[in-house]
Structures are given as structure tokens and as C-alpha cells.
Design a protein around this ligand. Sequence first.
Ligand SMILES: [Zn+2]
Length: 439
Amino acid sequence: MNDLIVEAAAVITVDPEWKIHEPGYIAVKDGRISAIGPAAEGKDRPAVQRVQAPRAFLMPGLVNTHTHISMAAFRGACEDIPNRLTKVIFPLERDLVTRDLTYWSALYCLVEMARSGTTTFADMYYFEDEVAKATDKAGLRAILGETVLGHAAPDAPEAYGGIDYARRFIDEWKGHPRIAPCFAPHAPYTVDAHHLEKVAREAESFDVGIMMHVAEMDFEHEKFSKLDGTVLRYLDSIPDLLSPRLLAVHMLYLDEADIGLAARRGLRVAHCPASNAKSGRLICPASRLQAAGVPLGLATDGPLSGNGMDMQGVLNLYPKMQKVREGRRDIVTAREAVRTATLGGAEALGLGGEIGSLEIGKKADFILVDLDDFNIQPVYDWYSIIVYAMRPHNVVSTYVNGRPVVKDKRMTGFDQNEVFKRMNQIAGSCANYISQISL
Ligand SMILES: [Zn+2]
């Protein structure tokens, strides 16, 4: 007996054969996909619960490979300022980030992510145990990294205190069915070589991942290119750091040799086209990394740098930016873009065997998207619809482990209006500080 069967106008699988069942069904048992195929084949299968969605399509949940969801309280503050990281973000975090703000901002973004169809995300911030609590409550799947910095952080007054914090965080959350804790050294320019080596050793002994911003900033590129040629070649001089354990975020300042190096070391990459564009940075050679065999997923980045936490925004932008970068219309097809936002993201997070596509045995992480709306019709090509037409408001339901986290656009686990109210209170308490710092 299946726990659940969902029938939909189309089921887009993103499996190795690119199968689309139109109409189709998916069956779930114990949180995993137990059967999938044309709707007619699902009619006679027994199920405890049956959902009919004849005017919606079903696809794998979206995977957001890099966020800082607890920065929701700061969204829209201090835009368009050069050197915003050191001028605005670090002081703002030092003075305003508390456990309470971290938890409620995280929960706020989790509502936004879940309601727009994200089922899995990767996050790095301070008080990451609060992000874990919020994620647990919301029901999403996540890789969560505690930030390590070479100067005082909101949750660690001593430089590199984040390493001890991360150890405690990992001990507390390792083994959770949906949440995998890890280390998140901030960047090569805020964490020195000695401590990056230490983090690499710690990650190995805990058997967890590492996530880090890599080759994002112009000053970072200038600093390391003088001695080592590029940021990536500098990082390669640190024992054991460049390995399949590392999720490298951004990866903008790369030459051809770096792309080969990333592939040889087994790096995984989070590509943030919207936040990079807003900062006026380079365009990541994402399609070249993929062609070299590097697992690569898409990401919004945090709400301060990427603003919208829906994946539709970046999924729409990603192929366009790659076409501009390469000067070719035929590069990054809509179908390839859909794969990057789902299975590609899962592979980038080391979860490609469990999620990212709809195949028997995989975890039942999927979304239902409404077809009855002006922006989404007509449908000639499902992949084109998903990349260029789908908007966050089209997502109706979001399932993780076969359980509806969002049903009819509302969170099922808690009162989303309460979260909205708490965010307004928190934003009110930050407003004065933000208006002063903007001057
Ligand atoms: Zn980031």
C-alpha cells in the first residue's frame, strides 16, 4: 500500500532519459518514490491518500545551493554602495545579529523558499543552530554551515571562535534525517591558510562538508594572483582543502587552468548569477565548469545580496547570462537549465543519489505548479515554461520526503502570518540603525 499518489497534468522527471509523463502520477511510500509513470498506470494502484491535480504539473523540488537566510531582516538595506561587505554588512552583523533575529529571519525566508518550490537549500551564517531549528520546523532539507571568520563574529567574540562553535553545532545536529551540518569558512581573504588547513582536517575527522565563498571579489583576486597566479591555485597549496568535500561558492575569477583544477580536485560549485550581477562582478564560467565535469547548482545567495529567495529568479537569469558570456544562443538550453536547478544542485550538495530527479527509490521531494494562470500559458515546451515563464506564485504545493510542507500556498506546520508579524517587529527594531549606516 502506497502512502500517497499524486496525479498531475504532467510529471517532469529530470531522469537520465528526460521522461515526461503527460498526464502522469507519482506514488510515495515511507518518504520515497515507490512508482512513477503515465496516469493510467497509477489508477489501480492502492494508496492511503490520493491527490488529483489535473490543472498542475509536477516536477522535482528546486535546490538552492547557497543562502544566508537569516539576513532577511536586512533585505533591501544599503543597496548600491561600493565595498558593501566591509562598509555595511560586517558592522551591521556585529551590532544587530542575535539568536532571536537569526531564528525568525531564517523562518521567514523558509516560508518564502518553500512557497516558491525550494525543497533543499545550503546555508551559511552565524548561530547556525538557530537556522537548523527553523529548518526543522519548516520541514525543508538543508546543508547548514557555521561560519568561521578570522575576526570577531556575532556568535564568537574571538577570531576563529567559529571553529569551536561549528564543532558543537555539528555534534548536536549530525544524523538529523533532513539536516546535514558542516563547516563554513567565510572566504580565503577572511580565513588564513593555517586555519583553512585546520578546518579541512576537522571536516575530515567529523566526516562533514565545507562551504566557502571562493574567487568572488576583485581585491581577493588581486591579493592571491600576485603570489600564486589565482585564488584557486593559492587554495590548492593548502593541504587537503581542495577536495570533493568543498562546495565552492561564486567561482568568478577563474582561468582555464583553474577549471581543470576544479574538476581534478572534485570541487562542487554554487553559482549565484543574480547576486553577482547586482554587485557588478564577472559572470561565472558555469557552463565551462559543467562541461569539465564539475557538479554545479544554482543559488540565490542571501536576501541582502540576492534579494528574492525564490529560485525562479535565478533559473530565469542563469541561461541568459551564460548566453551573454559566451555570445551564443544555443548554449545552456532550457532543459539543461532545469537540470541545473534541480539535479545539478543536488549533485553540487553531494545529494545527487537521493534527490534532484523523480526516480524510483529517491526521496519524494517534488512540487505542484498551477497551469491556470496568464503568465504560464500556452505550453508547448515544459522546460521553456519552467525556466522562462514559471513564477513563484505559480507553485501550489511543496512536498519533502512525501510530506506536504506547503499545501495550497500555505505552510502546513505553523502559522505563517505569525512569522510575518515577527519579521515586521524585528525590521522595526533595525530601522534606525540601518538609516544611520546608510548615511
Ligand atoms: Zn554568500
